[in-house]
Each structure stands twice: as structure tokens, then as C-alpha cells.
Ligand binder design. Sequence first.
Ligand code: CMC
Length: 455
Amino acid sequence: MDPVKPHPRVEEAASSLVTGGAEATGARRDTLSITDNRTGKQYELPIEHGAIRANDLRQIRYGPDDFGLMSYDPAYTNTAACASRITYIDGDKGILEYRGYPIEELAERSTYLETAYLILHGELPTRAQLEEWIWHITHHTFIHESIKKFLDGFHYDAHPMGMLVSTVAALSTFYPDAKDIFNAQSRRKQTYRLIGKMPTLAAFAYRHSLGLPYAYPDNDLSYTGNFLSMLFKTTEAKFTPNPTLERALDLLFILHADHEQNCSTSAMRGVGSSHVDPYCATAAATAALYGPLHGGANEAVVRMLTEIGSVSKVPAFIKGIEKGESKLMGFGHRVYKNYDPRAKIIKQAAYQVFDVLGRNPLLDVALEIERIALSDEYFIKRKLYPNVDFYSGLIYQALSFPSAMFPVLFAIPRTAGWLAHWQEMLDDQEQKIARPRQLFLGPARRGYVPIEQRG
Ligand code: CMC
């Protein structure tokens, strides 16, 4: 394994698992002893960073023709597919850190572009590095005029995520140099382009759905200020974003910038592992984010809150969840078994946005759901807490975004995280094309049956 320096808490967790034998005698060995009861043979596997190597299991065979033991882990709930140095999550304690910096500090003191630099480069930039980084991103915001023609081809009610997935993939055809994925200079260029152009593609998709002319990027504005301008500019010569809303969006972008090996990042790594260019890999990651269990959840939250409609209907709705009639969208997480730290920050930000734009009436429904759920046996037992999507949709709605745009607002900032993981994967000597195994449970070999003999 690449000599990854483990997070101190990972090491602590690994050592606290040892409770009996070896520790009691004071002779801790970082190994796992296995007895194969089929053969009586014993094996000792090394444990590194709290994990055994799945391939070490392959030596465990019951006969010469046996393929060797595999681990079965549908949805990878307990399999580390890579070593990473980017984002650390402690789901039980509700901790999230980018490159060691707590999300709360970044949310309070950083900006999205500075955080994106941190995620991609591993360290916070100096002032000069930050200025150069912002300059490059800002000067890659324009898209080829032909992309507009693709957008024009979409039906007026096409979902913006569908348009985003397709146009990001299409960028690949404009930048054939992006295939040079092991060239550092080319990688840097594609990174500027992708982070710079995602807001433009997203804003153009939005304008298309309204039948409005596209508003070109304004390089005098900040990353989120320019995005708001491309979305909402009408006849004014220059759009001036409201600073509170510009900052609120920037904050949301910081919170969504990375989240280690989630579904879309795994898609980015998996598809990128075939050495396709980063535009195609980002299109795959964006497609993964589109699903309602991932980036589409905040859209589903607002739909759910609208359907519930009023605080008085919340108890009956929660009863329905307990009976398994539906899921409480914006609640629960594969990793967090505590309050998602991003949800706490977003909840505070929601109040700031509502001070400017007026209170979203659905907030009261959301607060009542949270109040009941956090004291309800069903949710307590399953450790279901609000996740990042529970309150973000309410802010986006207050900012006048239609709900179809919510996953797009997730995809833009997550591009930095996807690219950081893509880069880390390409530089990792241990990585190969992603190719999981299967347990084949289908029919044994059999002869072809002619159609007239089939029952
Ligand atoms: N509402 C009601 N019950 C739930 C929910 C929920 N939102 N989430 C999980 N459960 C139940 C689930 O039915 C299961 O119950 P039981 O043990 O009786 O079968 C138990 O809790 C464990 O759930 P799971 O399905 O094994 O958990 P998972 O890790 O596979 O799923 C999840 C994680 C996020 C897909 C799921 O919690 C969910 O569907 N939540 C709603 C969608 C949502 O908010 N997604 C956004 C996730 S955060 C943003 C992101 O990372 O994309």
C-alpha cells in the first residue's frame, strides 16, 4: 500500500478494536488469524491502517481448482477501494475535514475557490497562488459557441441535470488535448476549464429552460457572483449580486466541494480508471449525482415539504415513514450516524438568507419534521439525522432556483472534489482499471435449446 500517513483517529480506532488475547499479554501483533474450517488450515494476514488486503484472502482455498476466498460487499459498505488524503469523515462523531481543516472553519473563513485549491493541491494557497488560481478559473469560464447549439436542441422542459451531463461530456470533443491525462500541464488546464465552465453550462441550461437568451460570463465578478449574473441578469448593463446571497451560495459551494468516496466520486474514479478524459469521467460523476438518493435528494426534500404543506400534517407523515410508506428525504446517510456537520451550517445560513429574502414558509414544516424525528424511536434506533440536503433546498428555493436546478448546484462545487480524486487515482501506483468481482449464482453450463423445444 502507498505509505499513506493515517489520520490519527483511524489509528486510534484500529488499535481500540483489539480487546482480548494479544493485548492482554502486551504483545500486540497487527495481523489477523484465520482458520478455514473447510480445510483446518490457518492463515495470518497483515492488518494495515485498520484493514486487511482483500487479495490476501485469495490464498485461502479448499482445493487446487478453487479460485480462492473473496469478500462479498454489495454497495461497498465495508470496502476501502483506495487510500486517500483528501477528505476525512468520522460519521459517528459528525466530523468532516478537507485536507485536515474542519469544515466549520472553512465555512466561516474560506471561499469556495480557495477551498477548491486546498482540495486539489493539499495545502491552502499563498496570496499569490490564490490570485493566480482565481485568474485561471475566471479566464476559462467561456464555452465554445457550438455548445449553445446543443443546448438549443433540448426540449424546453429538459431537466437541467440531463443538459449538464450531456454538455460536460460534449466538452471532451472540443478539447482533444484532455486525453493526455498523464501530462501535468494538460491536467491543470482541464481542471481550470472544468471548474470555470461548470457554472456557465449550468446557467445556460437554466436560461434555456426559461427561453431566455444566454448571459455571458462577467469576469469582474466573483465565482458565485458571476454565476448569479449568468442566471438572473436581464436588461441591466451590469448585474450586481446581493453580497449576502453571493456569500450564502459560496458557503453552500464550500460545503459541497468534496465528501470522500460517495457515489458520484466513486463513479469519477471508476470511469476515470479506464483512462478516459476528465470531461467524460465528470459527465459520469454528474450522472451519478442526478439520482434522488444522492444529489437529487434536496429536490426531493422540497417536493416532500410542499406535499406535506403544513406543520399540522407532519405527525401523520412521520407515522407513514415508520410504516415504510416512504423515506424521509434529507435524512439518513451511509456514513453519518450523527448530525451531518454540513446540515448544521446550512441551517444557520438559511436564517441569514431568509433575513434578506423573507422566510420560506416550508422552513416551519422542516423544523417540525426535525423536532419530531430527532425524538422518535424509529429515527433514533436507526441513527437517522438531517443530512446536507435537508435545508439546502430551502435556501435554493429562497434564492429563486427551481427545484430541478438543485442537483446542478451540487454538481458545480463537487467538480473540485471529483477532479482531486481523479488526480489522486491516476497518481496512485496501486490503482488499476476498476473491475470488481462477482459471486455467480446463475445457472450451471447447459446446452442451447432450439425454440421449438422450449416450454
Ligand atoms: N427515511 C426513513 N428510513 C430511512 C431513511 C430515511 N431517509 N434512511 C434510511 N432509513 C432506514 C432504512 O429503511 C433502514 O431501515 P431498516 O433497518 O428497518 O431496513 C435503515 O434506516 C438503514 O438504512 P439503509 O437504507 O441501510 O442506509 P443506506 O446507508 O443504504 O442509505 C441513504 C443511505 C442516504 C441512501 C438513505 O438514508 C436515504 O435514502 N436517505 C434519503 C435520501 C437522502 O436524503 N439522500 C441524501 C444523502 S446526503 C447527500 C449525498 O451524499 O448525496
